[in-house]
Design a protein around this ligand. Structure first.
Ligand SMILES: C[S@@+](CC[C@H](N)C(=O)[O-])C[C@H]1O[C@@H](n2cnc3c(N)ncnc32)[C@H](O)[C@@H]1O
Length: 225
């Protein structure tokens, strides 16, 4: 997400963090994130911009609590190819999409930069290969996946799209659920599917106070390599 967009769209939960929390991020993550921050920024704007990173890396359980009340629309899961081949889940978080890929019969590799989220995923889905990494530089060989998928993690960044294409086998599928700027993908010829928002289960009001109203993933863009 672009810096200004991240500042403007941060949910109220950004106030939960203190500027000192940035020092608690893993050094490589901190360096990467601070490289996006213009000089002389007020603390409030920095915390807003880094809100999601602070959640994923410092409070992974809080992200997982949100993911549990935002189920992915079943029509999107049904539209993903199934069966037997290698599937990648890029930016897999605690495994909201990963578990569906496993159920569809894939051998799944999950790539996720947050150590806390990787630990949650590995505990929940012991048959999944979980690796540390960023979408801009996937630690994977060329053409290894028949399905390369992501949910809520990626947008139209040329470095990321280049990597998704590189790791996907010829004839394989790239599917991005809840991508940033879906209209951009549609303009490039990707198939865009929008379905009804799935119902949100009962949950603690604190989740809405922290993250804003739940928005379960109900949109997907897909292309064949
Ligand atoms: C909105 S969460 C979605 C997690 C999971 N896919 C799901 O649907 O529950 C975004 C995830 O992408 C990861 N992420 C953020 N930037 C990333 C990047 N550049 N490359 C790979 N993963 C990234 C975050 O650590 C986080 O786990």
């Amino acid at each position: 997400m672009e810096y200004e967009e991240a500042v403007a769209s941060a949910p109220a939960g950004w106030r939960h963090f203190d500027i000192g929390d940035i020092a608690r991020l893993p050094p490589a993550v901190r360096e990467r994130e601070l490289a996006r921050v213009p000089r002389g920024e007020p603390d409030e704007r920095v915390l807003r911009a880094l809100f999601w990173t602070l959640v994923y890396h410092l409070e992974p359980q809080r992200w997982d609590d949100l993911a549990r009340i935002e189920p992915i629309a079943p029509e999107l899961i049904a539209a993903l190819p199934g069966g037997g081949d290698v599937a990648l889940d890029v930016g897999a978080g605690s495994g909201r999409l990963t578990r569906h890929l496993v159920k569809k019969g894939h051998r799944v590799i999950a790539v996720e930069p947050s150590a806390g989220l990787r630990a949650l995923l590995a505990r929940r889905l012991p048959n999944v290969e979980v690796v540390a990494g960023w979408a801009e530089q996937l630690p994977l060989g060329d053409g290894i996946a028949q399905l390369t998928a992501a949910c809520g993690a990626l947008g139209p960044d040329p470095a990321v799209l280049g990597e998704l294409r590189r790791v996907t086998a010829r004839g394989g599928v790239i599917a991005l659920i809840s991508p940033e700027h879906p209209e951009w993908f549609e303009e490039q010829g990707w198939k865009r599917t929008v379905v009804a928002r799935p119902p949100v289960p009962d949950h603690a009001p604190e989740l809405d106070e922290f993250f804003g109203p739940p928005d379960p993933p109900h949109e997907m863009v897909m292309t064949t390599v």
